[in-house]
Structures are given as structure tokens and as C-alpha cells.
Design a protein around this ligand. Structure first.
Ligand code: AKG
Length: 260
């Protein structure tokens, strides 16, 4: 068990094998084991737990699915170290195949026995982006996340389904009502050991199972966008305070690329 836990797909130069890149391009998601070295996992988990304890009431999600705290990198030095992790950013660029910026990060904590799924949805329809190539998220497990603690399930090869309206992650049927052809696609559930992560594209359909265990599910999500992304004009909690005009580049210190 101990040996299995220390498996890493990342080589000494911080790169993943080409077959994982090929899998990401084909299926729109991929698991990368051991992105965090064992010694750092507990520090990040403890940092996330402390941040959650101090900020739980600021969660954007209030229907019991998860505690959602956005842009924690701007407020917490330990979690900034995780969001700015150079290995993660470079793997994201290797998978994407083009330069990326940080769009935002978020802490997503499923409290013990939350008993609520994050229902199927795509991410990119929520975002005020324009002129961009395929964005992607790194979903990092800070604790072991078996299915019963709320790991992710993906709809493979759905990253080409652009143009759908935003879907409601509280309603089980919403994505399938939006695009009925997705309903019978085989679903892939990906349990993670602490320190592993999945990368998924902004259009890949996905959900996360409920947490039915006594332990909180700590996930830290780093969301990357095309370096060239422009502001598309719709409302979003990250861009609303910035006074942007449609067509402005999303760049500068708010959307950094510290791994470059
Ligand atoms: C995402 O990272 O895009 C998710 O939808 C995560 C959902 C979850 O962790 O419950």
C-alpha cells in the first residue's frame, strides 16, 4: 500500500509521459499520480483546513454540495504555493499544448456526510471568456478520495461539445436535457490518492460523487486558461470587480503565469 501511494507519473524534469498527454487530448481528462511529493501533502491539507475554518461562512455555494472558496491564492501564502506550483503549471501546459495563465483557483471541500453530488456539468459555459483555446483544471486531492468520499466522474471525449448553455450543478438531469446525446456515454470514475490529481478540460462533462464518509474531502482546484483569453462580458465573481471592457485581455498580476 505504501509503495502504491508513492507512485508518481511525473519525471524529474516535471513532465508526464506522452501517453498521458495523448489520453488527455483524446478523452478530455487524465489522471496524474503523485503531482505532490508526499512531504508537501500534509502541509497543504493542514493549510486548507485552517483556511476553511477561518472562511467557511464566505462559501459561494450554499446548497450543501461543497464549501467553495475562490482565489484563495490571493489570501493565503501556503495555498498560493500550491496554486503557483511550477510542476503543476508546466504539466497543464504540456497537456494543453499552448501557454496558459491562471484563471482562478478554488478550494472545494465536501464536508463529512454532505450526501450531495456535484451534478454533471461543463465548466467553460460559466466563464466570461472569448478568443480562447481549450482551458483546463487541475483537481488536486489533498486527502485520499475514493468514490465514497466524492471523487470525480467524467464523460470521456466530450470536450468537443462547445456552445451549450451553462448547466446547473444542483440538477442531475440538466446537462443531459441540454444535450441528450451525452446521456448514454460510458462514465469514468477516478478515485485519487492524496497528492494525485486529475486534469479535465473546460468542456468535458463531469460530476463529483457525494461524501458519505466521516472525513472531509479536501480538493484544491487550479484553473488554467489560454494565455490569449479575452473578456467576453458575462458576469463572473472573479471578473465582476475588475471593471473590464469586452475584448480586454485577461492578463497582468490578477491572471499570472508564475511557472513560465
Ligand atoms: C470542477 O473542479 O470543475 C468540479 O466540478 C469539481 C466538483 C467537486 O469537486 O465537487
Amino acid at each position: 500500500m505504501t509503495i502504491e501511494h508513492s507512485v508518481s507519473d511525473v519525471d524529474a524534469d516535471g513532465r508526464v509521459p506522452e501517453e498521458l498527454v495523448a489520453a488527455y487530448r483524446e478523452y478530455g481528462f487524465v489522471r496524474v499520480r503523485g503531482v505532490l511529493e508526499p512531504g508537501r501533502i500534509e502541509r497543504f491539507r493542514a493549510g486548507a483546513a485552517a483556511f476553511l475554518a477561518a472562511h467557511r461562512t464566505e462559501s459561494l455555494e450554499r446548497q450543501g454540495v461543497f464549501s467553495q472558496l475562490v482565489n484563495v491564492w490571493q489570501r493565503d501564502r501556503t495555498l498560493r504555493e500550491l496554486t503557483f506550483d511550477h510542476r503543476l503549471g508546466r504539466i497543464a501546459e504540456q497537456l494543453a499544448g499552448f501557454p496558459l495563465r491562471l484563471w482562478h483557483d478554488q478550494m472545494l471541500v465536501k464536508e463529512p456526510h454532505n450526501n450531495a453530488a456535484t451534478e454533471f456539468h461543463q465548466d467553460r459555459p460559466y466563464w466570461p471568456h472569448a478568443a480562447d483555446r481549450l482551458p483546463l483544471s487541475a483537481w488536486i486531492a489533498l486527502v485520499d478520495v475514493p468514490p465514497e468520499r466524492g471523487c470525480m466522474t467524467f464523460l470521456p471525449s466530450t470536450q468537443d461539445r462547445t456552445g451549450l448553455r451553462p448547466q446547473d450543478l444542483h440538477h442531475e438531469e440538466d446537462l443531459f436535457e441540454t444535450d441528450p446525446s451525452l446521456r448514454w456515454i460510458p462514465r469514468v470514475t477516478v478515485p485519487l490518492r492524496a497528492g494525485d490529481c486529475t486534469f479535465h478540460s473546460g468542456y468535458t462533462g463531469h460530476m463529483a460523487l457525494p461524501n458519505r464518509t466521516d472525513q472531509a474531502r479536501f480538493a484544491h482546484v487550479v484553473i488554467y486558461m489560454d494565455e490569449e483569453t479575452r473578456y467576453g462580458g458575462t458576469s463572473h465573481v472573479v471578473t465582476d470587480p475588475l471593471g473590464l471592457a469586452v475584448g480586454d485581455r485577461l492578463d497582468g498580476a490578477t491572471f499570472p503565469r508564475p511557472w513560465a
